[in-house]
Design a protein around this ligand. Sequence first.
Ligand code: GLN
Length: 308
Amino acid sequence: MLCQKQQDLDEMVAEAKKEAKKGEVATYIPALAKADPNILAVSIFDGASHCFVSGDSEHLFTLQSASKVITLALALMDCGEAVVFEKVGMEPTGDPFNSISKLEAQFPSKPLNPMINAGALAVSSLIKGETAQDKLQYLLHFIHRLSGNKHITYNKEVARSEYETADLNRALAYFLKQHHIIEGDVNLLIEFYTMQCAIELTCDDLAKIGFVLANEGRNHEGEVIMPYEIARLVKTFMVTCGMYNASGEFAIKVGIPAKSGVSGCILGAVPNRLGIGIYGPALDEKGNSYAGMKILELLAAHYHLSIF
Ligand code: GLN
C-alpha cells in the first residue's frame, strides 16, 4: 500500500516537474537568482511520525511570503483581532503582491489583506521586540514550536540581498507610516521583514507547519501551538489571498488553503488531514511556483483534497 502511494507520488512529481520549464526563478532579489529552476520537492505530513516525501526534499529554501501566514498567526495571538484588523483588512486585492496602487485608492489607507507585502509589513510591525534581531528570535521560537525543528534559522545572504534592494517595500512602509498604519523606524521594520522572509527550512519543516494549521492549531503530539480560531482565520486568508491574484483560479482548480513565496515554496494545509510543503523555484508571472501548483492540482484530484 505504502509502496503504491510512493509510486503514485513519484509519478505525480515527475509529471508536475515538466511545468517548471515554463517558468523562471525570481531575480529581483539577487540571491534568489541562484536557485536551480529544475528542482521540485514535496513533503506531506499526516501527523504520523514521518513525512511522505518525493523529489529533492532535503533542499533548503527561504520562506519569503509564506512567512506572512506565520507572522499573522503570531500577531493575532499577541495583539488580538481588534488590533491586527485595525491595521490590515480582510479582502483579496486582485493586484500583484507588491502593488502600491490600492493603498492610495482606499480610505483609510490600510492594506487590503495581510498576504500582500503592504499588509504583511503592517503585521510584522506588530511582532514583539525592540530590535530586528529580537523580533526575529521571537518569530524563530514560534517557528521552532510549529515545525518541531529547533535548528531553523535564517539565510543571511538572502536577507542582506533583499535588504539592499527592497526599495519598493521601503516605499510601502513609508506610505504606511505617513498614514499611521505603522509606527517606529522603517529601516528596522525592513530589516526584520527581510530576515523574516529569509528564514530557511526544508519541505518537511513546511509540511509540519502546515499540519498544525490543518489540525486546528495542534501539533502531531496534541500540543496546542495556536488557538483553533486563529488557525481557522489564517487558513481562510490562505484560501482568499494566499496565491495573490491567482487565488480564485487556484481555489477552483485545487481547493487547498495554501500560501506561496517567491523562493518557489508553497505551504499547504488540508483541514483535519494534511500539511504540505513544496519547493519548486520556477515561477509564473504572478510569483507562484509552476510545478508547485501543478503537483497540488494533481494531489487534490487524486486524493480528493479540495475543501469545496
Ligand atoms: N520577500 C519578498 C518581497 O517582499 C516576498 C514576496 C513573495 O514571496 N511574494 O518581495
